[in-house]
Design a protein around this ligand. Structure first.
Ligand code: PMP
Length: 728
């Protein structure tokens, strides 16, 4: 027979006072504190006093030893936790196990707990779980109905609920538990837990801080989040419907501040809270039939629980789950696109592809849409080491949990990053100064300001269809963005080096030559070192600096070197970095020489609030680490070679040229409309590529650098199909 079915002990207060004196030598007055299946008494001896617990005859002594061992472990690991200590060895009295615990002081808590108290409650709970993390005791595997894992076993108890509407409420919770929680249960973190950390089992001080944690009677092995759900169900009890989820979330924040919840745990938290409430009323109905004399204690929480179950029923289980952190079901693509158009408009941040890509998650070279379809990403250069690379995401998450602030304070990751970046620059370039910013545009904007200040000139040289960023100054240096007829006087456009067209110009009054090492927006070209060296020399002859814009082609994109400029054999005066730098976390940089910045006249120096913040810095460091560990640069070179060769073998009259370096490859087609159709058709085939060039007729293939030969095969095959579709 289980402890829930065995008759609870029924000693009178006088008898208990005698037990305390006889067994433990403690003389005092006994007062019943109430208990579900045991008897618990306060023994007041006029001094510190104690709490005496007489166990149910059905209790296995091994379980009582488990409680003691768990308490001992908690006090060892986190001695600040106010857990009531045993004051003596467990003893036996008339076949009953009797134990004496330390008496702790405090008040009982309820819905009056304020936000700070709720947060601390969650935090304390997490500490309690953490303290028991490594604890093991075979008795913890005992089967106790109160363990939420056993929620499905409540079904036979439904008969004990007389009211049919109430029965329906509980049955619905059980149905939902079967469908939503049972399949996930095996994936939930589990350990030995207190099992009943409710307001009934803690005492608080005036400020709502926990001063006592008592009653390990439900201690056992279960899902960690189930243990927390028990606490949450207690914390929301008696609260205003309009406020209770807010309160619960604050307690969750407190818990997560010590022990972050996993997605699977958040997915079930709402259903676990509901299950706990259903468990309270179902077990209560069943036990009251057996022990009507203990009805008052057994039914203590019934009214509140029914009220909450009715409320949950009214708003629906999905809403409850979502309020407590479960993700919402994806919005339909059409609806989302409409809402996007309503809020963002068509001009700002336009969508690509005729059929928009509605994505939910990414991994490596793959993106997954909301229908669960995977798309081969051969377009995005930002996730350079693969979408959601664990090294980067974990670095970001860990640092986010620890510290995020700005670069006017000292912290190590920023400095380490700056040192690593400088060390990656050519030895003879004299590049010795780094500034961290947030975007390629910002890096280029500051580069431009520095260049004009340092040279005293105003002129810029850019390639014909260059793109360097969004700021007003840099939009002027980005002919790709110019409206028809727009031609700022200070900007000279040159044909992209490598395209075969001659640059006849002599320059004068130049502040800077901006050059994307991959000539991406110009249609992707592969100039020789001599061409670039010559161009840089002409710019320098006219007084200008050479700004190597590595925002697009940096971080190994073109293979062989980390920086695309390295193969050209001429060192830049300023290097700008961005897009792939944080694998998606916004971080960018500018690298130059001290002598150049010292001519920058702005008072007080330059500062960018988010630039190089600790999280950005660790993201960038993680990217550099992965590039080394996974030999990304070499990989980009060899996979890129294979890609170029495979594309070059494609037979189509529409293909004018195939060119590129590393994993930046362009397939020039005869007509722009055709390129547009091919890009859309590839998207239908589940392969993402883009278009580039002044006529938008060059297919742009620029995947994450973890792209492999197996992905090349898929891409080339898709392109063949798409081109064949055209000629049919
Ligand atoms: N420079 C180059 C070569 C780029 O390709 C881009 C962005 N495509 C930028 C600068 C601007 O970077 P961001 O969008 O991060 O401002």
């Amino acid at each position: 027979m289980s402890v829930l079915e065995t008759q609870p002990p029924r000693f009178s207060a006088e008898e208990v006072a005698r037990i305390a004196a006889e067994v433990f030598g403690l003389e005092g007055v006994a007062t019943d504190l109430g208990s579900e299946r045991d008897q618990t008494f306060l023994i007041d001896d006029g001094e510190a006093g104690a709490v005496l617990k007489i166990s149910n005859l059905g209790e296995d002594p091994a379980v009582l030893d488990l409680e003691q061992a768990a308490i001992a472990q908690i006090l060892r690991v986190d001695p600040e936790l106010p857990v009531a200590r045993p004051l003596a060895e467990r003893a036996t009295y008339k076949n009953h196990q009797v134990r004496l615990f330390e008496r702790l002081h405090g008040r009982a808590g309820g819905p009056d707990l304020d936000d700070a108290a709720l947060r601390r409650y969650g935090e304390t709970h997490a500490r309690l779980n953490l303290a028991l993390r490594s604890f093991f005791d075979p008795a913890a595997g005992r089967e106790l109905l109160w363990n939420l894992e056993h929620t499905p076993k409540l079904r036979p108890l439904l008969d004990a609920i007389d009211d049919s509407e109430q029965r329906r409420l509980v049955a619905n919770v059980l149905d939902r538990f079967d469908s939503e929680v049972v399949p996930r249960w095996p994936k939930l973190r589990a350990q030995v837990v207190h099992g009943d950390l409710t307001l009934g089992n803690v005492l608080l001080d005036d400020r709502g801080r926990i001063t006592a944690i008592v009653d390990f009677g439900d201690c056992g092995y279960t899902a960690q989040v189930a243990d927390f759900a028990v606490a949450l169900a207690s914390l929301i009890r008696g609260r205003d419907e309009a406020d209770l989820f807010r309160c619960a979330r604050i307690a969750v924040d407190g818990y997560a501040s010590r022990l972050p919840l996993e997605p699977e745990e958040l997915a079930v938290l709402g259903d676990l809270v509901a299950a706990r409430l259903a468990m309270i009323v179902a077990i209560s109905a069943w036990r009251v039939r057996r022990y009507p004399e203990n009805a008052e204690y057994i039914q203590l929480e019934d009214d509140d629980s029914w009220a909450l179950l009715r409320f949950f029923d009214r708003i629906g289980a999905d809403t409850v789950a979502h309020e407590l952190g479960a993700p919402r079901a994806a919005v339909a693509t059409g609806e989302l696109a409409r809402r996007r158009a309503d809020t963002l408009g068509a001009m700002l941040t336009p969508l690509t592809y005729s059929e928009p890509v509605h994505v939910e998650r990414g991994e490596g070279v793959w993106l997954y849409d909301t229908d669960g379809r995977r798309l081969l990403d051969a377009y995005n250069n930002v996730p350079v080491v693969g979408h959601c690379h664990p090294r980067v995401t974990e670095a970001v998450v860990r640092q986010t949990r620890k510290l995020n602030t700005h670069a006017r304070y000292l912290y190590e990751p920023l400095i380490e990053l700056a040192e690593r970046l400088l060390a990656s620059m050519p030895d003879d370039a004299g590049l010795d100064t780094v500034m961290l910013v947030n975007s390629g545009s910002e890096a280029n904007d500051i580069a431009w300001r520095i260049a004009t200040a340092a040279t005293g000139n105003r002129g810029a040289i850019v390639t014909e269809h260059a793109y360097h960023g969004v700021t007003e100054a840099i939009a002027d240096l980005s002919p790709e963005e110019w409206p028809a007829g727009y031609a700022p006087q200070h900007v000279v456009r040159i044909p992209p080096p490598g395209s075969g067209a001659e640059t006849a110009e002599e320059f004068e009054g130049v502040a800077a030559l901006f050059l994307d090492g991959g000539l991406t927006s110009d249609g992707i070209w592969t100039p020789s070192g001599a061409e670039i060296t010559g161009l840089v020399q002409s710019a320098r002859d006219a007084g200008g600096l050479y700004v190597a814009d590595e925002v697009q082609a940096g971080f190994g994109r073109t293979g062989r070197h980390l920086w695309s400029f390295a193969r050209y054999g001429v060192a830049p005066d300023i290097v700008t970095l961005g897009k792939p730098m944080g694998n998606g976390y916004p971080v960018a940089a500018l690298i130059t020489r001290r002598a150049i910045v010292e001519r920058f006249p702005f008072a007080g120096g330059v500062f960018s609030t988010f630039g190089g913040n600790p999280v950005a810095a660790v993201a960038a460091l993680a990217v550099l680490d992965v590039i080394e560990d996974e030999r990304i640069v070499e990989r980009a070179a060899s996979v890129g070679e294979g890609l170029l060769a495979a594309l070059s073998k494609l037979k189509s009259e529409e293909i004018v040229d195939v060119r590129g370096r590393g994993l930046l490859v362009g397939v020039e087609l005869a007509r722009a409309e055709l390129a547009a159709r091919i890009v859309d058709r590839m998207r239908e085939l589940g392969i993402l590529i883009g278009r580039t060039g002044p006529r938008d007729n060059v297919l742009k293939i620029r995947p994450p650098l973890v792209f492999g030969d197996e992905h090349t095969a898929i891409l080339v095959d898709g392109l063949r199909q798409a081109l064949e579709g055209e000629t049919e």
